[in-house]
Design a protein around this ligand. Structure first.
Ligand code: LMR
Length: 320
């Protein structure tokens, strides 16, 4: 059987980390694409030289030509500009929308059968725009954010409870912005609802609220600390888990920015929802029961995403 092909559009910090993870896991051969000449080639050479040490055979190449992503099974898009301290993800809308147009056309012309995972911010708007520009079916284009946001929530809860992260099943829905919705009613510590476990461990409700708030602002916290750039290890790891779910037809239920039509009262929007990922791409959006408060919070979040889509339509007539 031929090896799978993974194309990484954008060879910055997330792109390089994605390539390293994909190679270590022998997920397939990897093409690192970037418009910056020399950079993807240099990273590909450096990463290839990990092979003898780590024992992987994955072939890693760098390219500035979209033709080299031809036949990719999975395309992961990180191209675009990260935010700087003090900026919101939404401030990147104008600049990254132009990038999504070029990337969408590159995918349409060269890898129309791929499963495409978008990471570029502002995520929910960019994955929508990328889908529009590429013309791929909605089930083959998805955004990575919920896995990352849920991982942040799980990390902070595990620290607070001094328990293993393996026992925390955290759940975050909605847009990948400060209005995202960490859903406590579906967050458990090995099956024990988080609020019940907090009582058992003597952790106050206000402390859990602080953790929810820290989760919402988790990306900004890292942007502030790094000073130049945004998170890359956890975003790359999260996207790789989605790519593995697709390539392995795992039917995992992962929170991701999927196209939602009809469910959650939404009509054609990309936003973070639990999604079954298998060989068919995003095979099913799972609609869960939410409390009135959670529904209200989700509405605030999806309204914010809708506003961004309107802004995209105003900026590019092809989207109107
Ligand atoms: C993240 O959450 O780490 C990314 O969306 C990057 C950012 O700007 O926060």
């Amino acid at each position: 059987m031929a090896r799978k092909k993974i194309a990484l559009i954008g060879s910055g910090m997330i792109g390089g980390t994605l390539a390293h993870l994909a190679a270590k896991k022998e997920m397939g051969d990897i093409v690192l694409f970037d418009i910056a000449e020399g950079m993807p080639q240099g990273k590909a050479l450096d990463l290839s030289q990990c092979g003898p040490v780590e024992g992987f055979d994955a072939k890693i190449t760098g390219s500035n030509d979209y033709a080299d992503i031809a036949g990719a099974d999975v395309v992961i898009v990180t191209a675009g500009v990260p935010r700087k301290p003090g900026m919101s993800r939404d401030d990147l809308l104008g600049i990254n929308l132009k990038v999504m147009k070029a990337v969408g056309e590159g995918i349409k012309n060269n890898a129309p059968d791929a499963f495409v995972i978008c990471i570029t911010n502002p995520l929910d708007a960019m994955v929508w725009a990328l889908r529009e520009f590429s013309g791929l079916p909605h089930n083959k284009v998805v955004g990575m954010a919920g896995v990352l946001d849920s991982a942040r929530f799980a990390t902070f809860l595990a620290w607070e409870f001094e328990c293993s992260v393996k026992d925390v099943n955290a759940f975050v829905l909605g847009g990948h912005g400060d209005t995202m919705v960490p859903v406590k009613s579906y967050t458990t510590i090995n099956g024990i609802p988080v609020d019940d476990y907090a009582k058992i461990k003597g952790v106050s409700a206000s402390r859990i609220d602080e953790i929810v708030d820290r989760t919402r602002k988790g990306g900004g916290e890292i942007v502030g600390l790094l000073g130049n750039g945004s998170a890359y290890y956890a975003p790359a790891t999260s996207a790789i888990s989605m790519a593995e779910a697709y390539l392995g037809d795992q039917k995992r239920i992962l929170p991701c920015a999927s196209y939602v039509e009809g469910k959650y009262g939404l009509d054609g929007l990309y936003v973070g929802v639990p999604t079954v990922i298998g060989a068919g791409g995003t095979e099913e959006v799972i609609e869960i029961e939410l409390s009135d408060e959670e529904k209200g919070n989700l509405k605030v979040s999806t309204d914010a995403v809708e506003e961004l889509l309107e802004a995209c339509k105003g900026l590019d007539s092809d989207l109107a």
